[in-house]
Design a protein around this ligand. Structure first.
Ligand code: GDP
Ligand code: IMO
Ligand code: MG
Length: 405
């Protein structure tokens, strides 16, 4: 009997929670790893024996030589896919025929629109993600199957409106060669693996608060990022998923613009940023940092129907001298524990102060599989507030810097 058949790893914050580390950590026990949303805006870091690998499009199970899949809900830049694929000889990769193809036009348009927005810029990763999902809705984008059948890219109305005049015919020919060896019917393959008793690990990109519908719109990404999207993005029914594991940092970060009630500034913020190396994995931008926000955590835990929480970067909070967690918002003078209140008002967080976590030898604790008592208090506080078990705590970048509770 297998332990688990299908599991989703999802980010509970604004991305960069440490999903990559935990997809890699868990992948050895699964038959296949599957991306089902977003595109190369993702930057999922895996650190093994000092070697750092950042996955953008490939699922983060590549280091184990697992079967990898990119589902129909992903947008694929063929050049970036080829570059990443080249790093893993013998790669066993399937890309769905229905997945959207992202061309240089969308990258161009992403940057152009950000420029045009000026001060109201979203701070995108510049990878063309928004225009690509929009192009799909406009029914202008190519799918992988269109590329294979030699259909030329034609963004007619959109390209005309923005004054884009590049001819992408040659590009499409090159792109076809990059994707044809991987193209297939991913949902059917996933179901086949499942029906034969195989196990699937689904890797969400971005975070729940960046979801196009449920996140802090318009400061969000352009895909659905929450676990139930697996039904669409991978064509694998959410009802057949055995467990959703939500990843959250022990504090909060965000890259790009948008509301961030618990944001810190000054020396404390700089200290956390430096210690946590909070610079974007895709763009290198400094991440905004703040205290853990349980109002938003409860919201994401529910959206994803989260079964357990993986709490990361606890080591970064140690030795800070102070530890705070937001448990409520005050919106226009009224206390609330509803995250959606920030869509209509200005949220001022209310904090609970906890005992500071001392600087300790985290490697030692990881080896012994335990946590300092002050860190356990934080874990218990989160469990008590959010009503979901923290199953795993991460205390460093490396695979082994992990404590199972
Ligand atoms: P993802 O997008 O969710 O996969 O996360 P990123 O890879 O973008 O960002 C997480 C960063 O934190 C990476 O540099 C990880 O190597 C690092 N990281 C993950 N877990 C821990 C941890 O427990 N402690 C520390 N110090 N770093 C961690
Ligand atoms: P992973 O998977 C953190 C953010 C961008 C910007 C907004 C829109 O590594 O957690 P986009 O390029 O998607 O149109 O940008 O979303 N963003 C991320 N932030 N982690 C990510 O991915 C992100 N992907 C997009 O910074 O604010
Ligand atoms: Mg990331």
């Amino acid at each position: 009997m297998r332990m688990m058949m299908s599991v989703i790893i999802v980010g509970l914050q604004w991305g960069d929670e440490g999903k990559g580390k935990f997809v890699d950590y868990l992948a050895r026990n699964f038959d296949a790893v599957v991306r089902f949303n977003g595109g190369s805006n993702a930057g999922h870091t895996v650190m093994v024996n000092g070697r750092k690998v950042v996955f953008h499009l490939l699922p983060s199970g590549a280091l184990w030589g697992k079967r990898l899949f990119i589902g129909p809900g992903v947008t694929v830049n063929p050049e970036e896919l080829a570059q990443e694929a080249a790093l893993f000889p013998g790669l066993k990769l399937g890309v769905d025929l229905r997945a959207t193809v992202l061309t240089p036009f969308e990258v161009w348009l992403d940057r152009k629109m950000e420029e045009m927005r000026g001060k109201a810029a979203i701070g995108t990763t510049g990878r063309g993600i928004g225009p690509s999902y929009a192009g799909r809705m406009f029914r202008l984008s190519l799918r992988v199957c269109d590329l294979l059948s030699g259909k030329p890219p034609d963004y007619g109305p959109l390209a005309g409106a923005f004054g884009y005049s590049e001819d992408l015919t040659g590009w499409a020919e090159m792109a076809r060669k990059e994707v044809e060896e991987f193209a297939g019917d991913v949902p059917s393959e996933l179901m086949e693996i499942h029906d034969k008793g195989g196990s699937l690990l689904f890797e969400s990109a971005q975070g729940s608060l960046l979801d196009i519908i449920y996140g802090t719109y318009p400061y969000v990404t352009s895909s659905n990022t929450i676990a139930p999207y697996v039904s669409v993005g991978a064509g694998f029914p959410f009802s057949m998923v055995d467990s959703v594991m939500g990843v959250s940092k022990a504090y909060q970060t965000r890259v790009g613009s948008g509301p961030f009630p618990t944001e810190l500034d000054g020396e404390l913020a700089e200290g956390i940023r430096r210690k946590g190396m909070e610079y974007g994995s895709t763009t290198g931008r400094p991440r905004r940092v703040g205290w853990l926000d349980l109002v938003s955590l409860k919201y994401s835990v529910r959206l994803n129907q989260t079964n357990s929480i993986i709490l990361t970067k606890l080591d970064v909070l140690s030795g800070l001298g102070r530890l705070r967690v937001a448990t409520k918002y005050n919106v226009d003078g009224r206390p609330t524990d509803s995250f959606t209140s920030i869509f209509t008002g200005n949220a001022v967080p209310e904090y609970t102060d906890l005992d500071p976590i001392p600087d300790v030898d985290w490697a030692g604790y990881a080896r012994e599989g335990r946590l300092p008592q002050q860190a356990m208090k934080l874990v218990e506080f989160i469990e008590d507030q959010v009503k979901v078990k923290v199953s795993t705590v991460s205390v460093g970048q490396e695979r082994g810097m992990t404590v199972e509770l």
